[in-house]
Design a binder for this molecule. Structure first.
Ligand SMILES: [Mn+2]
Length: 313
């Protein structure tokens, strides 16, 4: 059996589904949504596998511990794994950026379809429509930009509800159905309704502080990253700082910066600072995510405030 370990989001699901089409005899598994680590269930699956594909999870330390042949696809900032059993594919190593892991996977296998484009729409939203290859694919499948955004939201929905099985089942669902049909999917549409209600609840308590938008709440839904996106994409704030104080016993923190201001706020530097303190942090040039024990949240917030030179709360 070939195991695919994938991110729980739209890009991870689309990428895993693309791999499952090219590689024979696959099973797929995701991590607990929102909690970036391989748990026992993942390691048990690794033990049963002959070969392991890891995609879009940004966990090089975990991948390094796999003692099986591994192909690791990613597009996050990370160091290259130099181990004989690991093929590590990430355009970052050639100084290039990829909008999504689906792009990396499709390039590697020369296999492109609507899932290649949807992965990018999931990860970068409207910005995906700047890419000719995305537009070309959408046209071929007769998907409007609006439909693509909606479908990306639907595919992402199980992960936001912490529905791990739902995420894993989505990989096959996107492999076996056409995108027009999936837009009508009952379960996913109901998911999105529930998520919207929770987002509305949280957005009522957002505070603006100069260029910063601040949201602090407790929720079992994995929506900190979505809230951060909304705050930066739909408002005048340059930086969103979002804290979910109690997320299944952990704390989650997201920072997102308006893309054209990314250089100014040096998020990559901030990620390094947090990592150097042994905190589980990751991200890209305009986004940072941290998951930590609840007791450590204060320490994380302190590092971020020092970085921005601003007291946020
Ligand atoms: Mn991705």
């Amino acid at each position: 059996m070939n195991l695919i370990i994938h991110h729980w989001d739209t890009d991870g699901i689309c990428s895993a589904s693309l791999i499952s089409e090219v590689v024979d005899n696959t099973e797929n598994i995701t991590l607990p949504p929102g909690i970036f680590k391989f748990d026992e269930r993942v390691w048990n699956a690794v033990n049963r596998a002959e070969k392991v594909y890891v995609v879009d999870v940004n966990l090089p330390k975990e991948v390094e511990r796999i003692e099986k042949p591994v192909v690791f696809f990613d597009h996050h900032i990370q160091n290259k794994i130099e181990k004989k059993n690991v093929i590590h594919v990430n355009p970052i190593f050639e100084g290039k950026q990829a909008p999504s892991a689906s792009y990396v996977v499709s390039s590697f296998f020369s296999h492109w379809d609507w899932r290649s484009a949807l992965g990018a729409v999931g990860d970068v939203g409207r910005r995906a429509f700047r890419f000719d290859w995305v537009l070309k694919i959408l046209k071929k499948y007769e998907l409007s930009e609006k439909e693509a955004l909606r479908l990306a939201e639907l595919i992402n929905s199980p992960s936001l509800l912490f529905d791990r099985r739902g995420v894993e089942e989505a990989v096959e669902k996107v492999a076996n159905n056409d995108p027009k049909y999936l837009i009508e999917d009952d379960e996913w549409n109901k998911n999105v309704e529930r998520i919207e209600q929770e987002i509305t609840r949280i957005l009522k308590n957002v505070r603006e502080n100069g260029k910063f938008s601040l949201a602090k709440f407790s929720s079992d839904y994995n929506i900190a990253s979505i809230i951060a996106r909304k705050l930066v994409w739909d408002s005048n704030s340059e930086v969103a700082v979002v804290v979910n104080e109690n997320y299944h016993g952990f704390s989650q923190l997201y920072v997102r910066v308006k893309e054209d201001r990314a250089k100014l706020y040096k998020i990559e530097e901030l990620i390094k600072k947090l990592k150097s303190k042994n905190l589980n942090a990751g991200g890209k040039k305009d986004v940072l995510g941290v998951i930590c024990e609840r007791e450590k949240l204060g320490e994380v917030v302190k590092v971020i405030e020092d970085h921005f030179g601003e007291s946020l709360w």
